[in-house]
Design a binder for this molecule. Sequence first.
Ligand SMILES: *Cc1c(COP(=O)(O)O)cnc(C)c1O
Length: 363
Amino acid sequence: MGGVTRLDDLPLRDHLRGMTPYGAPQVALPVALNVNENTHPVPEEVAGDILDAVAMALRDVNRYPDREFAALREGFAEYLGYGLTREQIWAANGSNEVLQHILQAFGGPDRTAFGFAPTYSMYPLLTRATGASWVAGTRAADFSVDAGSAAAQVAEAQPDVVFLCAPNNPTGTPMTLEVIEAVYDATEGIVVVDEAYQEFAPRDSGSALALLPGRERLVVSRTMSKAFAFAGARVGYLAADAAVVDALRLVRLPYHLSSLTQAAANAALRHAPTMLGMVDEIVAQRDRISATLAAIGYKPYESWTNFVLFGGLHDAAATWQGLYDKGVLIRDVGIPQHLRVTAGTEPETTAFLEALASLDSAS
Ligand SMILES: *Cc1c(COP(=O)(O)O)cnc(C)c1O
């Protein structure tokens, strides 16, 4: 006996064997453009207000937090608009936990969840962790999905939960409301539209929130991690029929949102326009990345997000390493000959573009 214990030595649940944890590298490089964070810090005037709110909450931290986070749900309902009420809002520690709650309630053993690959890598991980199986659908060569194909694939798979990442990570691809409606009509399962990047889409593009009335199996999830520059605070939320929210209460841990998190998120929400003030600047850097990449011979895909997927690389791993060696961290998302880069501040974006040009590896 003795020695190092390996996972295989433990009585691990069978369906977890062979799985790998989510593992985007976390290394301290000068320019980190790998996990689609908002690289602009929280504005000074808002940071002060958040600190005050957290300090107030700390005085009562001997008590459990408001289990129903009523003020925060009210705030999200108001921020989202569309006539939503707080009964239709749910929140958790990042939208990852929101998605996990959905799978705990509607996925689980003997059930399936479905998404159009390539898509957000957490969907299959969260799905399998609840004991459900993951079914991957397909996209066109440009990573788009049209309504006819989407509906046919979903009708064929008969999933219990469908994830529509709109716009899609890691490709940036927009998804029309027509596709979402067609998928909803093709299934009796829960349809989750993950709008993590919605604030970076063109202003006149529709949100799936408009489709909620009359569709009690539709769920629209959002996060404060990207546009709101709040990734470290861990706050995600969703809007859906009040009955869906009731279902999620069955699986959440009591008091899952700490009073400090609630206070910080409430304060940040009160300053939504300031918090979102950097979105236009980030969109400008995203479009600059796309234009520059195309001009130097790479193949950027249309993006409605804060990142750009680009192809045309001989050897994506070598380019990734070359950039790393120059202090620029981007993401190899596992699509051959492609890499993904987050739009940073102007100087960060310049550093990325100059480092890439100096590697000169476009095919
Ligand atoms: C970043 C991201 C999220 C956000 O996750 P949080 O847990 O809220 O930080 C959700 N969905 C997609 C597709 C993402 O890219």
